[in-house]
Design a protein around this ligand. Structure first.
Ligand code: CIZ
Length: 368
């Protein structure tokens, strides 16, 4: 999706890191309680040092909601995260993304037109009342709204299993026969396996092909229709990375994110969300060598801030290039504009979309 960030004025592009740090500190002090800076786990350190709270996308949005005194929520993350914060916070709060080009390539792999088209195609050949749409938190607000309107739920990488159990197995839940899960096929597949389903119960829906590239029989039979989307960072990790690490560190521990492929997840010692990874590393004995399959800034921070030897599962380093767009220059520009009373890069979700997206988010909260 094209989101155009205007080039920054020269005073920001030419400033030294020290100068930028002084200016950010001064603006932050001037704005005081009116400002709340959120730092996603994948942010670089030069940005993270200014964050009032660190966390994953959902936790940060909830923290913003719990800070009604903050007029400005500066979300150092990516576009869908700022949208979620806008959906959950009060009308008087303005959510700002320091660089509009900080999108999420996975979220962009499912757009509302393709999802509506898929839904109509599925409805032509199955009982659509028994199909439930489930979207990962990492999706645009209009997809969350679609899900809310069609009785489904958002899920995070922490609660995907609970949400899918509710969708398919809970006697008090919707008792769906099938789920359309988007945009990350890997989270859907890994969670399905955890629940005891097999590949035979799953089909990948390719939005670029008629009927998702599937036969009618496949669409009718599959319990999981998994959208053909992926995270460019997590998809890079391979079974060969795990074999190489284990050969060098037989006592080492491998922890990966559920956005990694199923082949990688079955070989890992532990699989879980960013919060899970942080807690798991924390609980290991000091000195343990740990290979982590997630975004490199979180891995490096875990290494720097823990007494474990934490390294990337892929020695070739995997940064999230869109997260990386947020830097101290954009942060300084954003904050100094706020001091002047100019709200730049506000992310505002229209009221109708926000309403239905909130329904899907609240459904998730009521399940988990
Ligand atoms: O939802 C998030 O913040 C992401 C990107 C992953 C996670 O596991 O927390």
């Amino acid at each position: 999706m094209l989101r155009l960030q205007a080039p920054l004025p020269e005073q920001y592009t030419t400033a030294s890191p020290d100068e930028l740090a002084e200016r950010i500190a001064a603006a932050k002090q001037t704005l005081g309680e009116r400002l709340f800076i959120l730092g996603h786990h994948y942010q670089r350190d030069e940005v993270m040092r200014w964050a009032d709270a660190r966390g994953d996308s959902f936790r940060l949005s909830v923290l913003a909601k719990e800070r009604p005194e903050a007029d400005y929520i500066v979300f150092c993350g990516v576009h869908f995260m700022a949208e979620s914060a806008d959906i959950l916070t009060g009308d008087h709060q303005k959510v700002v993304l320091p660089d509009l080009n900080a999108g999420c390539s996975m979220a962009d792999m499912a757009d509302i037109d393709s999802v509506e088209e898929a839904w109509e195609s599925i409805a032509e050949i199955t009982d659509i009342e028994r199909v439930l749409p489930i979207t990962y938190m990492n999706s645009a607000a209009d997809l969350k709204a679609f899900v809310g309107e069609h009785g489904g739920s958002v899920c995070t990488s922490t609660n995907a299993r609970a949400v899918l159990e509710w969708a398919l197995n809970d006697p008090d839940g919707p008792q769906a026969r099938q789920v359309l899960f988007f945009p990350d096929q890997h989270l859907g597949r890994n969670t399905g396996h955890q629940m005891g389903f097999t590949e035979a119960d799953m089909r990948v829906w390719n939005p670029r092909r008629d009927l998702g590239g599937l036969d009618e029989a496949d669409v009718k039979d599959a319990t999981f229709l998994l959208w053909k989307g992926h995270c460019s960072v997590h998809q890079r990790f391979t079974p060969a990375n795990i074999e190489a690490f284990r050969a060098e560190h037989p006592d080492g521990v491998v922890i990966v994110h559920p956005e990694c492929s199923h082949e990688v997840c079955v070989l890992a010692d532990e699989v879980g969300s960013t919060d899970f990874i942080i807690r798991t590393v924390d609980a290991l004995p000091a000195g343990t060598v740990v290979a982590v399959g997630t975004e490199i800034h979180l891995v490096q921070r875990l290494d720097a801030e823990s007494d474990k030897d934490v390294r990337s599962l892929d020695p070739l380093i995997c940064p999230c290039s869109t997260m990386f767009r947020i830097d101290d220059r954009h942060l300084a520009w954003t904050l100094e504009n706020l001091v002047e009373g100019n709200v730049v890069n506000q992310i505002a979700v229209d009221p109708d979309t926000a309403h239905w997206a909130r329904v899907a988010l609240e459904r998730m909260l009521s399940i988990t």
